[in-house]
Design a protein around this ligand. Structure first.
Ligand code: SAM
Length: 329
């Protein structure tokens, strides 16, 4: 492919992230103890836009730290992966971090296929638009969960080239340790021997910093969280009264994770007709919407090793306490 002939292919959704699935998940998770909603549903169009706003907040340092590491070490990362034919990013969001890395490719580099896996259609559209502007780059979007996107990549892999798979933004932190370890194994199984995996992970840091990042003084994170109720009202005909729910962030030291909740500020009954159920909430009752695990370096290396990866290199932003780890299958 010559520079300028870049293009985007859109794969049909590998797993139906459909209205029916959303309705079933809402009904199932809201009736669990504790009540909860899967964090992947935070990312409708408005949710993705609000997340981008969060990345610009002075208190959310993660994105700037990781982008800085990618900028500084792009050449070392690309050299370790050469000759690269495929880059796969899980939960790419805006695609800005991958673009930051790939901008360091030599002019005249061989053609590269970029596979973007994300449940957010608007994020995929924005990322594809950004990345397709890079020379000799074909972009393939997969509107799918991580697991479905990985399975699809594996099925369609040409097999001839070398792949770099990226899981950035500490997205892994949304999974509890057994789920995260299972996902790491699935990532390994989607790769061929010699392929590389780049993991971005947020490290343990003082509680005060974490609280500012997940309950910012401007209320953008609160809007991001409460938008999940707006989404349920719009897509499933719900009647959540937004004024009766507050955002709450908590540091759970025993589990090493930030937890995000929506808290009912009064006793109330909520109807969600498209999900076929009603919900009674008492004053102060919570709905758990997100976990963001924070890691020790040793814990991360141990998990990657257990999943069958060999360590290549690691870079840490010591100020923001964020790690970028390159391992090989
Ligand atoms: C926290 S944002 C991070 C975006 C980007 N990686 C970054 O570091 O800025 C998470 C992204 O992953 C997507 N996402 C969340 N859960 C997902 C899942 N289970 N499967 C696929 N995509 C998911 C969201 O739509 C969103 O674009």
């Amino acid at each position: 492919m010559s520079p300028g002939s870049a293009r985007v292919s859109v794969r049909p959704p590998a797993e139906q992230v459909s209205a029916q699935q959303f309705a079933e998940d809402v009904a199932f998770y809201l009736t669990q103890t504790p009540r909860q909603l899967p964090s992947r549903y935070l990312y409708d169009d408005l949710g993705s836009a609000l997340f981008e706003a969060i990345t610009r907040l002075p208190w959310y340092r993660l994105t700037r730290a990781e982008t800085g590491l990618l900028k500084t070490h792009a050449r070392a990362i690309l050299a370790a992966c050469a000759p690269l034919t495929d880059a796969v990013e899980l939960g790419a969001g805006s695609g800005a971090k991958l673009a930051q890395l790939l901008q360091a490719r030599d002019s005249g580099s061989d053609a590269l296929r970029v596979h973007l896996v994300d449940v957010s259609r608007s994020a995929l559209t924005a990322a594809a638009r950004l990345l397709v502007g890079l020379p000799a780059t074909q972009v393939i979007t997969h509107e799918a969960t991580y697991e479905a996107g990985l399975a699809e990549f594996r099925r369609n892999q040409a097999g001839a080239g070398r792949t770099l798979l990226l899981f950035l933004g500490s997205n892994m932190g949304n999974f509890d340790p057994p789920q995260a370890n299972e996902l790491l194994r699935q990532i390994r199984n989607a790769l061929q021997p010699g392929d590389l995996f780049l993991l971005g992970a947020d490290l343990l840091k003082p509680e005060r910093e974490l609280m500012l990042a997940y309950a910012d003084p401007l209320g953008v994170t609160a809007a991001f969280n409460r938008n999940l109720l707006v989404r349920i009202n719009r897509e499933l005909g719900g009647d959540f009264d937004l004024a009766s729910f507050q955002h709450r962030a908590l540091w759970n030291a025993a589990e090493s994770r930030m937890e995000s909740y929506l808290v009912s500020t009064r006793t109330q009954r909520v109807r969600i007709p498209e999900a076929g159920f009603e919900l009674s909430l008492h004053d102060g009752e919570t709905i758990w919407t997100e976990s963001s695990y924070k890691y020790s370096r040793e814990g991360l290396f141990g998990s990657l090793q257990d999943a069958g990866f060999a360590r290549r290199q690691a870079w840490v932003d010591e100020d923001a306490q964020f790690a970028l780890i390159l391992v090989q299958r």
